[in-house]
Structure formats: C-alpha cells, structure tokens
Design a protein around this ligand. Structure first.
Ligand code: XIL
Length: 351
C-alpha cells in the first residue's frame, strides 16, 4: 500500500477532494478515507441543488457529505453559497414573474435590488445556520471576475451584478459572517487567478472590499490548469499577492488537464493516454506544483483536487463536447482503476 497523501502533507495543509455523494461508498470511499482529510461537494451544495424553488430547501444529498466529513474527521469546505452558474432563475424574477434585469423604471429597479438581496440573505442564512458547526471554509461567492466584461474593473456582469452592482458580494460576506461566526473562514473563489489581467482585477476588488470592512478571510484559487499553463512563477506571484493583503490562500479545485484550450484534439480513451507518454509530462507538472505549494505552505491552508481518480472528472465532459463526443482527460494522481500514476510519486516529492 502506498503512503497516504494526507500523512505526507500533514505539516503543510489538508489534502481535499471534491465528491458526488455516490463516491462516499465503495472504492472511492476507501481512497477518500485513506488519502484525504478534507472534502467538498462537487455539485450538491450549489444554489440550484439546495434551493431549486424559492423556500424549498433540499439538504438530503448535502447532509450525506457533511456526515461523512464528521464521521471521518475531515475538514469540510462549502462550495458555493453564491454563483452565476447553477443558480435557479427564480432568484432574478420580480413579484410579477418578469426578469429583473429588464426593468427600466428606477423605483422598481430599487425594489428589485432589495428583493434579490433579501433572497440572497435568506439562502445564506438557512444554509449557514444548518452547517455552521461543521464547515471550516465557505466559498461565499464564486467567479465574480471576468476580464472580458465591459466595465474596467473586470467585474463579471452576471444577473447578480446587473441588479445589485457589487452589493451582492458585500451582503453575501456580511450575512455569512453574521451566521457562521468569527471563526468561520470566508473565501472568494475564482479560476485563472494566476494570470493577468484577472488576478489584478481580483486583487483590486478584494482590496477594495477589505477597505470597506467586508469580512473576507481568503482567496480560493480553483487551479484548473494545463500541462504548461499558467507558469509556476505566475502561480507563486498570485499567492504572494493575496498573502500580502493578509489573506489565506486555498487551492480549491485542482486538476491538471492533458490538453490546452480548447481541449482538442483529445485522446479517445485511457489506453491512448498511457501510450502517448503524456502522463510523464503531467508528473513533471505535479512535481513543480507541489514543490511550490510546500515552499509556500505558510500561505496555503488547503489543497483540494476537483475529484478523486481519473474515472470521474468534469474535464471528460469538456473533452467530449469539443471532440464530437469522443474524448477522455486524466487530471488526477489516481488512474481510472484507482492505481497511483506517475503524478502521485511526484506530488509526494519522491524522485
Ligand atoms: C463543475 C462540476 O464539476 C460539474 O459536474 C458540473 O456539471 C459543473 O460544475 N468551477 C467551479 C465548479 O467552481 O463548481 C465547477 O464544477 C467547475 C468549475
């Protein structure tokens, strides 16, 4: 039996995995218990899953993950209280059922904003009151930055933004703090946080919010990365930038795709991947990455993979979408049969 990842990194940070509830059992469950000491829901804690209709909360699936974390003494990350994606549209309809973003009358726009922020507060309050004792880190808002936005601050022009400006972010953090308490760790989470101009947009937003007294404890770096993008140097600079604001950094959704963007051409199956030799390039990448994480371990408080083993990864959907339905990715350190890959030995720091 190979050494457990969580033991190797005991003195640095917890090692986490994103899971669907079915993965709490069987071989996935065994690997989880052996190698990981932190857990997050891949989907079941998102707004559309938790409150599909206004006032109808569905905690059944989320509860299973919370119970597993408790039973096995794992840290728990909550993902995600607020996001523009996987959010039900009822949030953004006014009392007559019209899209709030279409409203032109200033008085009605003000009413709509109030209604939306009230709904946001109710959503957060209900969840946080239920899980405050179990959750260690909250992704309060996800993906608020969009470098392609038409505003010069790079603020994502989601419905949240169009209706409330940045007040939804402020209210989300304040509400989470109110119900989760002072010890809770509140995160702003995003992807491509390593690269310009996105990281500077995020930095400026967070700095501005902190100056306004908004309770943010850390930045979540999704780290959906590729074999040679972004650079290790960019990654290091980004973590140091946010640490310079007095914030924690967590790596929240790590996966190392074998492809560039878009993921094409893609290998059709895992056999082709093995034959290509690309798993050794990936191992090299994991080596550099975890060497950096170890170097910065006083600034990084969690490293979570966006899955467990190569049998289940959201990147397969993307590989399929861009390659006429035939494509496979392999981003993790365990292969589809749960055996360790070259990447495992390198992330463990054994040469
Ligand atoms: C992804 C899940 O992995 C998929 O199963 C789902 O279909 C879509 O969402 N950034 C995030 C995650 O913050 O919530 C996303 O998860 C991946 C990108």
């Amino acid at each position: 039996e190979v050494p457990a990842m969580k033991d190797r990194y005991e003195d640095s940070f917890p090692i986490g995995a994103a899971v669907e509830p079915y993965q709490l059992e069987g071989t996935h469950g065994e690997i989880l218990k052996r190698h990981y000491n932190s857990i997050v829901a891949e989907n079941v804690m998102k707004p559309v899953n938790i409150q599909p209709e206004e006032g109808e909360f569905n905690f059944e699936e989320a509860d299973k993950i919370v119970a597993f974390a408790e039973e096995h003494d794992m840290d728990l990350r909550f993902h995600t209280l607020i996001w523009h994606s996987q959010v039900p549209n009822w949030f953004f309809l006014d009392k007559e059922g019209n899209e709030m973003i279409d409203e032109t009358d200033p008085a009605k726009r003000a009413d709509n904003k109030e209604l939306l922020l009230n709904r946001l507060e109710t959503h957060i309050k209900t969840i946080v009151e239920r899980y405050a004792d179990e959750v260690d880190a909250w992704d309060v808002v996800n993906e608020t930055i969009d470098p392609n936005a038409s505003n010069d601050r790079g603020l994502r022009e989601s419905k949240w933004y169009q209706i409330t400006g940045t007040d939804y972010i402020k209210t989300a953090f304040e509400t989470t703090r109110k119900y989760a308490g002072e010890d809770a760790k509140l995160f702003i989470n995003d992807f491509n946080t390593e690269v310009e101009p996105k990281r500077t947009h995020l930095y400026n937003l967070v700095k501005d919010l902190l100056e306004q007294g908004v309770p943010i404890d850390g930045v979540g770096h999704q780290a959906h990365i590729q074999l040679d993008w972004p650079t290790i140097e960019e990654t290091k600079e980004s973590i140091n930038m946010f640490a310079g604001l007095g914030l924690e950094n967590q790596i929240t959704e790590l996966d190392v795709s074998l492809y560039g963007w878009p993921p094409t051409p893609a290998f059709a199956n895992y056999e082709e991947i093995v034959e290509s030799g690309r798993l050794y390039d990936q191992a090299e990448r994991y080596d550099q990455l975890f060497e950096l994480y170890r170097e910065l371990d006083d600034k990084i408080t969690n490293v979570t993979f966006w899955g467990i083993a190569d049998d289940h990864t959201w990147l397969d959907d993307r590989a399929e979408d861009y390659n006429d339905g035939v494509g496979k990715d392999a981003p993790f350190v365990f292969d589809p049969d749960f055996n360790v890959k070259p990447a495992y030995w390198e992330m463990m720091g054994y040469d």
